[in-house]
Design a binder for this molecule. Sequence first.
Ligand SMILES: [Zn+2]
Length: 92
Amino acid sequence: MHDIRECEATVRKMWAYLDGVCDPAEHERVAAHLRVCIACAGHFAFAAELLRAVAKAPVFSHVEPELRTRVLGALAAQGFHAPANVRPSEAP
Ligand SMILES: [Zn+2]
């Protein structure tokens, strides 16, 4: 059994770790935990597979502009911002 606080700290860094944006010390701390904690390793394996599936998913070729604007507006209101290559006014 592992220290639950170490598991929580590891899972909090999951997306940054999988995106490769952790600093080297954080990366090594997460990697070291994953080598010894089967529960966290399972979470990370699932998330990594999810990312691979999303990356392979077909891109919608047609999205209604009004829907795009509403979704991006709702995300922005929650503090999320679209990547630079996705603009609310972008026509499909
Ligand atoms: Zn763990």
